[in-house]
Design a protein around this ligand. Structure first.
Ligand code: ZN
Length: 225
């Protein structure tokens, strides 16, 4: 996801955050319209070196693109796994890896919609309001195949839903009406020069370079998922 008015801040990190695999390679972010983004991803079944390398590459790419979440299909890999480094409503940062995610959302009276702006690294430079439940829980497996459960509110709730959608072949444009989708397209086209083919390879990270991956300086207003 991406934000419109970047704001630097230092945030505490959730103790539930996991150790991130380091040394990944930055890949070009795959755009909407590419087949791998629009069909359900194959489940993760092997928790091996290949998966660690994939996840390290995903984190490297997410940080280079100044995103707060990234799914494997966004670097062209057909596997149901996503990574995130994202603040919740209180500003606390949460970092995690989820293979084969299944999302749980509030129902009945507990279901409240948050219509904040949303953006996607695979449709860069564009943000529109997208109504989603303001809380989410995701279950899946971690890097070693262990069961993991993550939950949260604010941007984190949006991120967990957005990334799980990616593993199922859904992009947030699919959740918008025609008018909002048109607005999103106009913004993306207007910003196209800033996101050349191959982005973010070679782009570096304006936001996180000071502290590197695992750093705590982030934009909270407009973030790409
Ligand atoms: Zn996305």
């Amino acid at each position: 996801m991406a934000g419109t008015e970047p704001e630097e801040r230092t945030a505490p990190v959730s103790p539930a955050s996991v150790e991130l695999p380091q040394g990944g390679t930055v890949h070009a972010v795959v755009r909407w319209g590419t087949d791998v983004m629009h069909r359900p991803a194959r489940p993760v079944t092997a928790y091996d070196e290949e998966l660690r390398t994939l996840v390290a590459d995903m984190f490297a790419t997410m940080y280079a693109a100044d995103g707060v979440g990234l799914a494997a299909c966004q670097i062209g890999v057909d596997r149901a796994v996503f990574v995130y480094d994202c603040p919740d409503e209180s500003g606390t940062l949460h970092r995690g890896i989820v293979c084969n995610p299944v999302v749980e959302l509030p129902e009945g009276r507990a279901r409240r919609l948050d219509d904040s702006d949303e953006g996607c690294l695979s449709y860069p430079g564009a943000f529109v309001e997208c109504a989603r439940p303001d809380w989410a829980r995701v279950r899946g497996q971690g890097l070693d195949g262990e069961d993991v459960v993550y939950e949260g509110d604010g941007l984190l709730a949006r991120c967990l839903q957005h990334e799980t959608d990616h593993t199922q072949g859904t992009v947030f444009g699919d959740r918008l009406n025609d008018r909002a989708r048109k607005k999103l397209r106009k913004q993306m086209e207007a910003a196209a020069e800033d996101y050349p083919r191959g982005w973010p390879v070679g782009a570096g990270s304006a936001r996180r370079s000071a502290s590197g991956p695992g750093g705590t300086a982030i934009d909270v207003d407009h973030v790409d998922l």
